[in-house]
Write a protein that binds this ligand. Sequence first.
Ligand code: C2E
Ligand code: CA
Ligand code: CA
Length: 712
Amino acid sequence: MSILAVSLLFWGGKEADDVAVARQQALVHLVISQLRETVAHNQESVTVWDDAVEAVRGARDSEWLDNNLGSWMHEYFGHNGAFVLDASNKLVHGFSSDGADSAAVFAGMADQVLPLVEELREKMSVDDTEGSEGRMLSPGAADLLVVKDHPAVVSVKPIVSDTGELEQTPGEEYVHVAVRYLDGTFLQNLEREYLFTGIRYAWKNVAAQAESALPLTSATGEVVGYFIWQPYKPGSAMLSRVAPVLVVTLCLILLVISVLLFVLIQRSKRLHASEAQMKHLALHDTLTGLPNRALFGERLDRALGEVQRTRQSVAVLYLDLDRFKQVNDTLGHPAGDTLIQEFGKRLCALTRGIDTVARIGGDEFIIVLPGLDNVRRAEVLCRRVIDSVRKPFDIHDNKVFVGVSIGVAVAPEHAASRTELTRKADIALYQAKNAGRNGYAIFGPAMDLKVQERREIERDLRKALASEGEIQVHYQPLYRAGDMRITGVEALARWKHPARGWISPDVFVPVAEETGLIEALGRRVLREACYAASAWPAMRLAVNVSAIELRNPRFADRLAEMLENYRFPPHNLELEVTESALSGSSEVCEMNVGRLRKAGVSVALDDFGTGFSTFSRLQKLQVDRIKIDQSFVCGIGRSGGDESIVQAIVSLAHARGLDTTAEGIETSEQCAFLESIGCDELQGFLFSHPVTVQQVDESFGISRDEKTATAA
Ligand code: C2E
Ligand code: CA
Ligand code: CA
C-alpha cells in the first residue's frame, strides 16, 4: 500500500517535471519568435517613414542616419547591430554596438544576410502593398544566424514611405538590417523574467544530467547552438520538500506496522501455546496425565477407521479396580489418587506405544489395542494386567491389595462403532465382576441380552417402587421343630410386573442392589411387614436385609424410628443378613448390627454354608441364629448328600449358643432328618409356601379394613 503511494508520488513528480521542462522549452521558442517580431516592429518605427526614405537617398548626412537608423536602435531597442543597404545591397550605413568597424562586421555576416535581403526584395517586387504578417506595416525577412560569434536574430526590413507619397521601385528599396544577439542581455532577461536558472549559450549540447538543452535552428534547419539551463522541476522540488516528511512518515508507519506485527505474532504464539495447553487439558486426565474419555474416543475412532483398511482387529479392554472404594474409604482420597496413578503407570508399562491407555472415570480405565492379528493377544494382556495388579501397591507406607476386573470387546467381531464396542466391553466387564473379581471376560452375545433385560428391570423397578400395588410382601411361616407351632414368618418381597407377571426376587433384588434401589425396596418391605405383623399375635417377623443397606450409617437409626412409628416391639424383629454382608464387613455394618442387637432386634445369618470363611468366621460374627441354606437341605436323603455337613453346622451353632433354622424343606424325609439332629426351626414348601397378608390374616381370624391393608 505504502509502496504504491510512494511510487505514485514519484511518478507524479516526474510527470510534473517533464511537463514543466516541455513548457520551458516552448517558452524559449515563444520568446525567440516574439523577439523576431519585436525586432521587426522596432525596425518599422524607423523604416516606415518618409524622412528615412529621403535620408537614405542622400538627403541627410550620416549623422542623421546614425541617430535615427543606427545607434538609436541600440540605445532605444538594445539591438546589437544596424545596417542600411542600397538597392544594389551596398552598405550605406552601419552600426555595431561593440564599436567595431561596421563595414567589417557586415562583411563577416554578408553571406548569411544577403539571402534574407534577396528574399525580402522578392516579396517586395511580387507584392509591395501587403505586409508579410498581418500586424506588420511592411514585409520583412528574419532568421537565427551567428553574428560575430553570437547567436542572433537578424531581421531585414525595407525602408518605405509611411504616407505613400514617395515613389519607389518595388524590389529596389533601401533595406535596414537589424541584429539582436540572443546571448548576453537577452539571456540575462530570460533568466530574470522567466526564471530560467543558469541559462547559457553553447555551440554544442553540453547539458549536464539535470540540465535541459534547447537547439536553436535557422530557417534552413541548421543548428546554430543550444540554450542550456537548469529547468524548474516542480515535481522534484515538491518531492525534495516532501521526501524527508515522507521518509519519516513511512518509517513511522513501518515501525508501527512492525510493532503491531510483533505484538500480533507474540499474541498468536501465546494463543497457540495456551490453545495447545487447553487442548491437552481437554484431552487428558489431570490426575494421571493419561488420555481422557474424549481422546480415547478419538483414538478408538481412528483405530476403527483402520480396521476396514487393514483387516486387523481392535480390542477394547474395559478395566475396573476391585476394592478401590474400600481403599478410598479407609485410607482417604489422597491414597486413592496415588493408587490410581500407580495403576495407570503399571498399565502403561504393559502396553505398546500404539496402544491407548485412558482413564475414563474414578477407577475405570480403558485400553485400546489397535492392529491385532489375533484376539489372543488381548487375552494375554488381560492376564498380564491382572498379574501386575496382584503385586501390592505401596501407598503412603501401606501395602494395598486390590484387584482388577476386565471386560473385552473386539472390533469388527462384536461391533464396528465406538459406542457399541465400548458398551459391549462394559457388559463383559460386568460379567467379569459377577464371575468373582480379579478376572476378565470377553464379550459374548448372551451377555448383551442379560444386560438389556437388567436395564429394563431397573427401569420398571424404579417405577414399581414409586407406585403402589406392584411390590408386595408375602409371608412364609417358620415352625418350631417337634410341635410344629408357628414361631414366626419371613417376609419375602414380591413383584407383580404389569407385563411380565410375577418376577422373582432372585432377579430383581440383585438389580436393586446394583442400582441403589435396594434401600427403597428394603424400606418398603420393612414398612409393610411391620404394619401387617403388628395386627398379628406376638411372633417373630423375619425380614431380609441386603449388605448394601447395612452399609448405610443411618440404617439402624432409621429402622429404630420406624419400629417406633408402628409401635412394633424390636425383640419380635429378626433381620436376615447374608454372610457376605458380615464377612469382610465394614465398620459401618458392624456398627449397625451392634446397635440393632442392643435395641433388641435379633440377627440371623442367612444362606449359611454358601460363603467361604464359614466355620472359622462364625466365632466372630454377632448373630443370634443361623439359617442353613436350602442347597444343603435339598441334598438330604440323596446319595452323597450333605447330611454330615448339616449336622456339623447344627452342632457348631448350638455350641456357640445360636439357634438354627433349616430353609427349603420340601420332603418329610428332610424334615425328619433335621428334627433328628436337633434343628430348632423348620421352613419350606412342605409346610407352607409364602402366602399373602390376607391369607395370614385369615389364618388368625383377623379382618382388616381393605383400605388399610397396606401400610400407608
Ligand atoms: P432367601 O432369603 O433364602 O429366601 C428363601 C427363598 O426360598 C424364598 O425365595 C422362598 O420362596 C424360597 N423357598 C422357601 N421354601 C422353599 C422350598 O421348600 N423350596 C424351594 N425351592 N424354595 C423355597 P424367594 O422369595 O424367591 O426369595 C429369593 C431370595 O430373594 C431370598 O432368599 C432373599 O435372599 C431375597 N429376598 C426376598 N425378599 C427380599 C427382601 O425383601 N429383601 C432382600 N434384601 N432380599 C430379599
Ligand atoms: Ca431369608
Ligand atoms: Ca436361602
